[in-house]
Design a protein around this ligand. Structure first.
Ligand SMILES: C[S@@+](CC[C@H](N)C(=O)[O-])C[C@H]1O[C@@H](n2cnc3c(N)ncnc32)[C@H](O)[C@@H]1O
Length: 427
């Protein structure tokens, strides 16, 4: 292989270095700047974000305009059948999420990736200001046209939460709730999540909350693929084709532990009644910023409760702050003692306790106070528990870009096979 190939490849501004691994094979290592999320987005990260904004722009442009504005379910389809998720289930999903946001009675909400406004349309009347941002121009224009009271729609990506347009829409106020619901799956990976959630934690007012809702739990990813495809090989293919950012809630605790103010972390199970992928494999995390320190609850194991355990758990919660741990999630564990999350929620109604998810065993539920655990007390996840879409994106996109560059630099010369050293396959 003549060296001009290597020189030409290395001259591309997104390439750090390139080297031969065989006669006609070259490995390329991207430059850190091309992958940066801060202070400016690198071009590969920007392209990844553009990919998702194009996906959603298309979904919204082609959506059925006959849907009621407050129940525009465009894009909400089951992964196994491709069919729309049942309407009653989505209504339950909205109700539960609206309930989660209302829990702390916010007055000023900033929602990053607000979409068609499924949550915003139910929440704006309760608050003084609701700023909804999205990368899709279509939905932002539709929300502007709706002229809902207190609502300021802004075209902005999640990492632009401190941009002049967002600051202006907030009228200089600090939100007491920053909401990222069902949007992190479009993120390129942990660095972007870190940049967005880190900035949200700095922006939110004292005592406020950052809610990262409805994301797929990495600790349940293998079960999810097996639920979609009982066959091993087909499940592995599903996993290999997965384009979404899937992460462990402990990643949010690691980000929160670096915030300049104390943050406590509450991990919630989804508690809709229907047995769907949303109820099984997703969760919500609430990050409380500078909240009053909560008394440390006693911990009681579910299997030690006697009689009707649900009644016993409720009686414990009514007596004082307590965590009832180790409750098998009936949709995820084949255990006769298992409980469905919505049954547990109904049993706790009016107590203030919530249905949590065990950080170490995501197939186990917990009954706990809504306040959560100080972020610094939560052990960080291993890197293996995160699925970074940017790695896969770079693996196909960078060779495409470099091949075009080679065609321009060395016209008529056949380019070598190109592979990328980045992420887990880096040297
Ligand atoms: C599944 S919808 C969720 C909408 C809304 N949050 C909800 O819970 O109903 C995801 C939305 O996130 C937007 N989105 C995707 N990537 C984004 C990003 N990096 N920043 C802001 N919005 C983004 C999409 O355009 C889409 O409207």
């Amino acid at each position: 292989m003549p060296e001009p190939h290597i020189d030409a490849i290395s001259s591309h501004p997104w390439v750090e270095r390139a080297w031969h691994t065989g006669a006609d094979e070259v490995v390329i290592q991207p430059r850190a700047e091309a992958l940066a999320v801060h202070p400016v987005l690198g071009p590969l990260v920007r392209e990844h974000l553009e990919h998702w904004s194009e996906v959603y722009e298309w979904i919204y442009r082609t959506s059925d305009t006959a849907q009621p504005a407050d129940l525009d379910l465009s894009g909400w389809r089951a992964s196994d059948t491709g069919e729309p998720l049942p309407r009653e289930h989505m209504v339950d999903w909205i109700d539960r999420t609206v309930e989660l946001v209302r829990e702390a009675k916010p007055r000023c909400v900033l929602e990053l990736g607000c979409g068609s406004g499924l949550l915003l349309r139910h929440l704006h009347a309760d608050v003084e200001r609701y700023v909804g941002t999205d990368v899709s121009e279509v939905v932002v224009e539709r929300l502007r046209a709706a002229a809902l009271s207190g609502v300021r729609p802004v075209i902005a990506a999640a990492h632009e939460l401190g941009s002049p347009q967002v600051v202006e829409a907030l009228s200089g106020r600090r939100p007491d709730c920053v909401l990222l619901n069902s949007v992190t799956q479009c993120f390129p990976g942990g660095d972007y999540l870190d940049a967005v959630v880190g900035a949200a934690l700095e922006l939110v007012s004292d005592g406020g909350r950052v809610i990262v809702g409805d994301f797929r739990h990495a600790g349940l990813a293998d079960r999810y693929y097996r639920w979609l495809e009982p066959d091993d090989e087909a499940a592995a293919l599903r996993a290999a084709a997965d384009e979404e950012f899937v992460f462990d809630p402990r990643l949010l605790a690691r980000i929160a532990a670096r915030a300049t103010r104390p943050v406590s972390v509450s991990v919630r199970a989804k508690t809709m009644a229907a047995d769907t992928e949303l109820t099984r494999y997703r969760c919500d995390v609430v990050l409380h910023v500078s909240a009053e320190p909560a008394p440390r609850p006693a911990v009681v194991a579910w299997h030690t409760l006697t009689g009707d355990r649900l009644t016993a758990a409720r009686a414990l919660v009514e007596a004082g702050p307590v965590v009832v741990s180790g409750i098998p999630h009936a949709l995820l564990e084949d255990d006769p003692e298992g409980v469905r999350p919505h049954v547990l929620r109904a049993c706790l109604a009016g107590t203030g306790a919530i249905v949590g998810l065990d950080l170490d065993h995501p197939t186990r539920l917990q009954v706990c106070p809504p306040t959560g655990t100080p972020a610094g007390e939560i052990l960080p996840p291993s890197d293996a528990t995160t699925q970074e879409p940017l790695t896969r994106f770079v693996a196909h996109r960078l060779p495409e870009v470099v091949r075009d560059h080679l065609h321009r630099m060395l016209p008529g010369v056949t380019p070598p096979a190109l592979t990328v050293a980045y992420g887990r396959n880096a040297r």
